[in-house]
Design a protein around this ligand. Structure first.
Ligand SMILES: Nc1ncnc2c1ncn2[C@@H]1O[C@H](COP(=O)(O)OP(=O)(O)OP(=O)(O)O)[C@@H](O)[C@H]1O
Length: 316
């Protein structure tokens, strides 16, 4: 298991990470999402050892991660680091050899990865001749070339076309199925919801929600489409009679209503029935995008006062 345990990190006055913890199991794809400047890249850099935390630990299989253990890690950094003049295939073989992979194995793996990423035709092109999206696919191949047990990817899907997304998702899923622990950051929440076994939502350096999307749904306010065959004003009446009911959209005959986590939906149904015949009472499944909005706008635990990150970009 990859464990990020109570990581904190400041840049001067800026609190980039504030006691952040999460775990990723082998065979699990973990989506790391958050607002801009929330601390995702900082956390990933700490996992890869290019940045030290002020406090906290990163462990893999129970042991504090050190330089040697990081040889089992594959990393796709935000700032893509390929040699522009080198040919795609040669570059992958070269990187594999840096990790101690035998040349024949490296050549075989490089060929397989390029085929899986639909780049077989470009193997002998220089990296700089590839489009940015294709360079990104090469970057993924570079992260995978030594068959890492842990993969840490900073926004691997940004800027890819739908075929690129599918190719990359397929490669990552195959790694996860083979037992790798994979964590990636992304702002593409539909994609994260589709691909990931678990999700962490970070805001201002703190984890505000962590679990499967189903678990996050269970913790969030639930939404229902309700239609009571009564005169106008029934939805306001429902809200007034039952604390914890919020009207999200009362303009249509079937209103969209939110129930706080402690409100029993059967009680809400009974209250609606008392107002008139209930024609509709349907749970609406929240998307990850909605759960994200709720998690990052919810005031609880907000430390915006100590977080001056939006003013610190120039010092990068
Ligand atoms: N080298 C640096 N010097 C000063 N502040 C920094 C540095 N790197 C990051 N920060 C600040 O730390 C905070 C966290 O940044 P980080 O890049 O980790 O966020 P992120 O979640 O990856 O953001 P994004 O989604 O926008 O990529 C931000 O407030 C950022 O401005």
């Amino acid at each position: 298991m990859l464990e990020l345990d109570r990581l904190s990190r400041r840049y001067g006055d800026v609190v980039a990470l504030d006691d952040l913890s999460f775990t990723v199991r082998p065979g699990q794809m973990y989506g790391f999402v958050g607002t801009n400047g929330a601390g995702k890249t900082t956390a990933m850099r700490i996992v890869l050892g290019v940045l030290s935390p002020d406090s906290g630990t990163v462990r893999w299989q129970g042991r504090t991660v050190d330089r040697d253990m990081r040889r089992e890690f594959g990393y796709m950094p935000e700032e893509r680091g390929l040699y522009p003049k080198m040919r795609v295939f040669d570059q992958l073989v070269y990187l594999a050899q840096l990790y101690g992979v035998a040349r024949t194995t490296a050549r075989q793996t490089a060929g397989d990865l390029l085929d899986m990423l639909a780049l077989g035709e470009r193997a002998s092109d220089r990296v700089e001749a590839l489009s940015l999206g294709n360079q990104q696919r090469v970057q993924l191949a570079a992260a995978l070339i030594h068959d890492p047990a842990v993969l840490v990817l900073d926004e691997p899907f940004s800027g890819l076309d739908p075929m690129g997304v599918d190719a990359m998702a397929g490669v990552l899923r195959a790694r996860v199925d083979a037992g790798a622990a994979v964590v990636f950051s992304s702002h593409q929440l539909e994609l994260v919801e589709r691909l990931c076994d678990a999700v962490g939502i970070v805001r201002a350096g703190r984890m505000v929600a962590d679990g499967t999307v189903e678990q996050l749904r269970g913790e969030a306010a639930r939404r229902y489409r309700i239609h009571v065959d009564a005169g106008p004003g029934w939805v306001g009446e429902l809200r007034d009679r039952l604390p914890g009911v919020t009207v999200v959209d009362g303009s249509a005959p079937d209103a969209l209503v939110e129930l706080a986590p402690d409100v029993d939906d059967q009680k809400a149904l009974d209250t609606a029935r008392a107002l008139g015949p209930v024609r509709q009472f349907t749970p609406v499944r929240s998307t990850l995008t909605e759960l994200f909005r709720e998690a990052v706008t919810d005031g609880a635990g907000d430390d915006a006062g100590t977080h001056a990150g939006d003013h610190a970009e120039e010092s990068r």
